[in-house]
Ligand binder design. Structure first.
Ligand code: ZN
Ligand code: ZN
Length: 159
């Protein structure tokens, strides 16, 4: 893999390239696990990948309707559940929307940094912070149901 000839690529090209490899990674993952990566699952992942912002289920339904004209909200939610479970996408609870995993897929704890100005979301592992939170939770006996810490603020590009 030679990536050095790619240095002049602009933001859009880079994003599309990342999207393509995310879809490829998802496809490989499903093949390896023997899971069916149906057309609708693929289409929804692609739409979320291509978006520069978190995407709402309702918008996804509107976007897939031309290709899947019998698509219902339940169709979209089922596909989203699948993509969430496999870690290809993550839910942004505070926005009630979805983003593509920046690593193709992951299933461990993460931090989402949400810019309130440009609406870009950065996914980070934030290991130390998660460890601190987990310790606090253990001490209080509280059982957390989410794996994501969301922080709203201003990103480096908007400061
Ligand atoms: Zn991830
Ligand atoms: Zn920003």
């Amino acid at each position: 893999m030679n990536k050095t000839d790619n240095s002049s690529s602009d933001h859009v090209v880079g994003h599309d390239g990342a999207c393509k490899s995310a879809l490829q990674a998802a496809e490989n993952h499903c093949k390896k696990q023997g899971i069916r990566f149906t057309a609708i699952r693929k289409q929804i992942l692609q739409l979320i990948c291509q978006s520069h912002h978190a995407v709402k289920a309702y918008d996804l339904l509107e976007e897939i309707k031309p290709d899947f004209n019998n698509a219902k909200p339940a169709t979209v939610y089922r596909a989203l559940d699948f993509l969430l479970k496999e870690g290809f996408i993550h839910k942004v609870e505070s926005l009630n929307a979805f983003i593509a995993c920046n690593q193709g897929h992951c299933n461990y704890e993460r931090m989402l940094l949400i810019c309130t100005q440009c609406h870009e979301i950065e996914e980070r592992t934030g290991n130390n912070m998660i460890k601190t939170v987990t310790t606090e939770l253990q001490q209080s006996g509280f059982i957390s149901q989410i794996k994501t810490i969301e922080i709203q603020g201003i990103c480096v590009n908007c400061v």
